[in-house]
Structure formats: C-alpha cells, structure tokens
Design a protein around this ligand. Structure first.
Ligand SMILES: CC(C)(COP(=O)(O)OP(=O)(O)OC[C@H]1O[C@@H](n2cnc3c(N)ncnc32)[C@H](O)[C@@H]1OP(=O)(O)O)[C@@H](O)C(=O)NCCC(=O)NCCS
Length: 207
C-alpha cells in the first residue's frame, strides 16, 4: 500500500486526493493541516497531523502540497524539498498529458485537463479540472489554471499567476508574473506583471 501525504486538508486537497487515487500510483491518502487535531477528516481521508508533525515525521512520506495560494504552496513545497521529502506530481487518470510535455514537481493535473505537445509546466502548479494548456505553452512555477480555462498555443504565464475559471488566452500571448486573470476573461493582449485583468477582451482593472 503506497501512501501519499497531502499538506492542506482543503476542498482543493480533496480533489488532489481523488486525482492521486485515480492515477493508481497511491492507494492511501493522509492529510496534514494546521486545523488538526480539531479537524480529523477531509472527505474520505484522515487528517493525521499538522505541518509540524509532517516536518518532524520519522519516516518521510511522499507528499504534495494542496494549498490554493500560489506563493504559500511553492514556499511550503520548497521547505519540504529542503528537508529531503519526495514531492509527488499528481495527474488524474482522465487527464491527457502529451508525452512531449514536461510537468514539474508538485504540480497537479486534475480530471479532464489537457496538456498538449511540448507544453512546459513548472513546479507546484495547478492545472485544474477541464483546463486546457495547448502546445508549446510555458507556465512558470506556482501558476494556477482554473477549471475550464483555456490557453492557446505558445502562451506563457509567469510565476504565481492565476488564470480564473473559464478564462482564455489567445495564442502566443504573454501573461506576466503575479497576474490575476478574472473568471471568464479573454486575454487578447500581453499582460504585464502584477495586474488584475477582467472581461472580454481582458482589460486591466488593478496594478
Ligand atoms: C478578478 C477578481 C479576482 C476580482 O476580484 P476583486 O479584486 O475582489 O474585484 P471586485 O470584486 O472588487 O471587482 C472589481 C470590479 O471588477 C468587476 N469584475 C470582477 N471580476 C470580474 C470578472 N471576472 N469579469 C468581469 N468583471 C469582473 C466587478 O464587477 C467590479 O466592477 P465595478 O467596479 O464596475 O463594480 C475576481 O472577480 C475573479 O474573477 N476571481 C476568479 C475566481 C476563480 O476563477 N475561481 C476559481 C477557483 S478554482
């Protein structure tokens, strides 16, 4: 029985657990979360300790971080790597990932997602349910592509950026670092670092 530890007993954590179990690579999930010991269950799996208990575990379990905040997720993953933990990459059995795509350590690819030819996805990313990352896209570390979002070929997305649910970007556009693309937006122009853009076509509403 191979166990995967998930740091973050959140709703997102439950979806990561489902993806991991569906892949057949793990048969048991345990959660660690700072809400423990008050929180003892997340979905069908047990919450068995907090962050401290994970870091001080005698035998280091294979682990993935399921924290929605992009910066916190990458920071926690980096701490785990520095402590010698094996960080898992999780791909749901119904996701399609091209054999020529690269998916980084600690990234999760959820049900129905598609990652096409020569796409490069960094570490600690989330490619959420039914998202599409087309051929030759480049995603930096700690990017979140929300459910149903769609990046056309050759789009680049900078570190910590979040593409909202159902949003899209046309081919070859560059989305900077720390960018928030609102739900349903259509990115038809490059977006600089640190902005929030919404609407069709996407317009910057915050810098
Ligand atoms: C873009 C977003 C982050 C803005 O949140 P915010 O900074 O709190 O901004 P506000 O809610 O104050 O909205 C500011 C303005 O933008 C508009 N707006 C917000 N989100 C919008 C969107 N997705 N599309 C169009 N307009 C939007 C608001 O109506 C408001 O307009 P107004 O000033 O005319 O009233 C948020 O609305 C959003 O789309 N989040 C994505 C959530 C998501 O994808 N979740 C998936 C989880 S897996």
């Amino acid at each position: 029985m191979k166990t995967l530890a998930i740091l973050g007993a959140s709703g997102h954590g439950k979806v990561v657990a489902d993806a991991a179990l569906s892949s057949g690579l793990w048969t048991k999930i345990v959660f660690y979360d700072d809400a423990w010991p008050a929180k003892k269950k997340n979905g069908q799996s047990d919450v068995v300790g907090n962050t401290q208990s994970l870091f001080s575990a005698h035998e280091k379990p294979e682990v993935v971080v399921a924290i929605g905040n992009n910066m916190v997720r990458l920071a926690k993953q980096s701490e785990l790597v520095a402590e010698g933990f094996a960080v898992a990459t999780v791909v749901h059995s119904t996701a399609t990932v091209s054999s020529s795509a690269i998916v980084g350590r600690g990234t999760v690819v959820m049900a129905g997602a598609v990652v096409n030819a020569d796409a490069r996805i960094g570490a600690a990313c989330i490619v959420n349910s039914n998202a599409v990352v087309e051929h030759d896209c480049i995603l930096a570390d700690a990017v979140h592509i929300s459910p149903g979002a769609c990046l056309a070929g050759g789009v680049t997305v900078g570190e910590f950026s979040w593409v909202g649910i159902g949003a899209s970007a046309i081919q070859l556009k560059r989305i900077g670092k720390n960018v928030m693309v609102g739900a349903g937006a259509a990115v038809v122009n490059d977006l600089p670092d640190g902005v929030t853009a919404v609407g069709v076509p996407a317009r910057i509403i915050k810098s």
